[in-house]
Design a protein around this ligand. Sequence first.
Ligand code: ZN
Length: 284
Amino acid sequence: MRHALSVDVEDWFQVGAFEKVIDKADWASLETRVERNTDAVLGLFSETGVKATFFTLGWVGQRHPGLIRRIADAGHEVASHGWDHQRVFTMDAPTFRADLARARGVLEEASGQRVTGYRAPSFSIDARTPWAYAELAEAGYTYSSSVAPLRHDHYGWPEAPRYAFRPLADADLVEVPVTVADLAGRRLATGGGFFRLLPSALMNFAVRQVAGEGQPAIFYFHPWEIDPDQPRVANAPLRSKLRHYSRLGAMAGKLRGLIRRHDWGRMDAVVAEARTHLPSVAAR
Ligand SMILES: [Zn+2]
């Protein structure tokens, strides 16, 4: 079973947990580390011989077009993480459409690839955004990986299906939620900070669990998670700081272990395979 490896490409000051203490107007003046960190991720993937999907902010693509080109040239998929990390449920449909188009224009120009995948910032497609999938389908996206099917303090759509589904009756668009582990009926997050903070055994258990149900695992992390030397945001909430800064130094080694233990690939390839197991779309 081939699982999906994905990276949400954003800088240390663009994460959802800090959005209340770092003004977007200040982003351009902060020390950028996303290029060197993502290059380190590319090095790790090259060393372990895997291809992955990089869900990238348009804002990052505009400032680091050479990085986007290197991601594409190394055989990885460049996909969209929106323009500047604005959560989908804070937008209306026309604003979302404009956000998608702006990010895609920059990413396609820089990569020379067509962008067909989307991941909402902070998994912000949920019951509050019934128009979002129609916008993605209309814009020609083939898949989205924008749902965390669980309850969490910052995000989550606990009623969403755990595995790939077609959110629209009349379109081919597939939503592929990120992997959650099922522990005695409770859904637990496994990617990003959870992978960093919890024992590797939990992610390995989740991969085996979903594979046992014939499903691929969908794993994600961020380039800043392998950067122990990033600037510290002093005035962030304590809980956010504990989550953001813990165990950064151990992350690269942990990732290497996870990558070597299972078979990983790009989201577009994994989604194409998952699609063959879904009921086909009714005649249009
Ligand atoms: Zn993000």
